[in-house]
Write a protein that binds this ligand. Structure first.
Ligand code: SF4
Ligand code: SF4
Length: 392
């Protein structure tokens, strides 16, 4: 793709990177075939190729417009388009640059700014989120339908510290809603001679801000984690929420030009692994009460981290029957804060995903990210669990 970005923007690291990414796109449109929002909305501008054109136009003219805001907001950041693209276009990275440009050059409505403030100031603070949920959960029935998955009493916190060669990051939402997942992982590891520890100074990974175009806030959260956590003594760093994991693995890219943190970010990212990578090679048993599993691979695992097959191998190795799931590459609609900000599209995607997952009558649906688990679990006819909870 030919580009003509302004000399001023091209001189920035973001401009240089955006230009390089844009030039790799050959406008073939193959990516539209696997884009969930294109499938739901049928509009070229709600597919990756259309969004790439919108970003290109915006960066060339240095003029944000309402269309770019609408169609970039509707993107799930699922990165299915990256998996499909034959030219290797780094769409997710380009989208981050486009969204950051929009957030700096266009003022949203007061309501939109308030919602985004809530998302980036309440959710990433487990203590505040816990207090907010305690206050709001008695009113759950009054909450709009799309918010109910989120409004429920928080679980008791895991405050154990301990020693260990594996640093287990708890995540902001997961530690409040399903801390039992990480407790179970620690038990699984301990039974196999591996010790895992938490870090009391863990902060938000930065993923939520990054998705909302607030890249500077995201980078600040990343720098805080690098400065305040004891991560260098850990052999591996792991998160059981793939939404956090994909961001943690990209600290090196996000902080590549940060003078005081680039080297630390490279060292940190090199230690991060998904829990399915950490458990590779170990053997597990299965639960007696569940047999038939429908596996929902989060986009942050299969498209973001490019990991496929590992969880499936561990579950079948443990003795579960893994059922076929139609359109397994498609997003369930959760996508970080997307289900809260775009409830209609998220609801349609959830309906399609639930139908596909339930097609072969599973005993349980397993996934790997707290957002997908809560989104799919709300109103589900069968339990929706983290896949680790199926291992013994
Ligand atoms: S598949 Fe890749 S090269 Fe083709 S239009 Fe989509 S992003 Fe561009
Ligand atoms: S990230 Fe997902 S929703 Fe966004 S353009 Fe790519 S495939 Fe479509």
């Amino acid at each position: 793709m030919q580009t003509d970005l302004s000399a001023e923007f091209l001189a920035t690291p973001e401009g240089e990177r955006a230009d390089a990414i844009l030039r790799t796109c050959v406008h073939c449109g193959f990516c539209n075939a696997t884009c969930p929002t294109y499938q739901v909305l049928g509009n070229e501008l709600d597919g990756p190729r259309g969004r790439i054109y919108l970003i290109k136009d915006m960066l060339e003219t240095a003029t944000p417009n309402a269309a770019a805001t609408t169609h970039l907001d509707r993107c799930l950041t699922c990165r299915a388009c990256e998996t499909t693209c034959p030219s290797g276009v780094k769409y997710g990275e380009l989208l981050e640059i486009g969204r950051e440009f929009l957030e700096h050059s266009r003022r949203r409505s007061l309501f939109a700014r308030l919602v985004r403030w809530w998302l980036t100031h309440i959710i990433p603070n487990p203590g505040t989120l816990r207090r907010w949920l305690r206050a709001a959960s008695p009113l759950r029935r009054l909450a709009p339908r799309h918010l109910r998955a989120m409004v429920r009493p928080p679980a008791a916190e895991d405050t154990s510290a301990g020693e260990g060669e594996v640093l287990l990051l708890q995540g902001c939402v997961q530690r409040v809603m399903t801390p039992e997942v990480n407790v179970h992982l620690k038990e699984l590891l301990a039974a196999r001679g591996v010790s895992a520890r938490l870090d009391p100074n863990e902060g938000c990974c930065g993923g939520l801000s990054l998705h909302l175009g607030q890249a500077e806030e995201a980078r600040a959260a990343m720098r805080d984690n690098l400065d305040q956590m004891d991560w260098s003594s850990a052999e591996r760093i792991v998160s059981t929420a793939t939404g956090c994991g994909v961001t943690l693995k990209e600290y090196d890219r996000a902080l590549a030009t940060a003078p005081d943190h680039a080297a630390a970010a490279r060292g940190f990212a090199a230690k991060v692994c998904d829990v399915s990578e950490l458990l590779h090679g170990f053997e597990f048993g299965k639960r007696d009460d569940l047999h038939r599993v429908a596996w929902h691979a989060p986009c942050t695992l299969q498209h973001g981290q490019k990991i496929t097959g590992r969880v499936e191998d561990l579950l079948t190795g443990a003795g579960y029957e893994l059922l076929p799931v139609r359109d397994g590459h498609l997003c369930c609609g959760s996508a970080g804060s997307y289900a809260l900000l775009q409830p209609e599209i998220a609801g349609e995607l959830k309906q399609r995903k639930t139908a596909a997952l339930m097609e072969h009558r599973p005993d349980v649906i397993a996934t790997a990210n707290i957002g997908c688990q809560m989104h799919l679990g709300d109103g589900s006819a069968v339990p929706v669990v983290h896949w680790l909870q199926l291992l013994q």
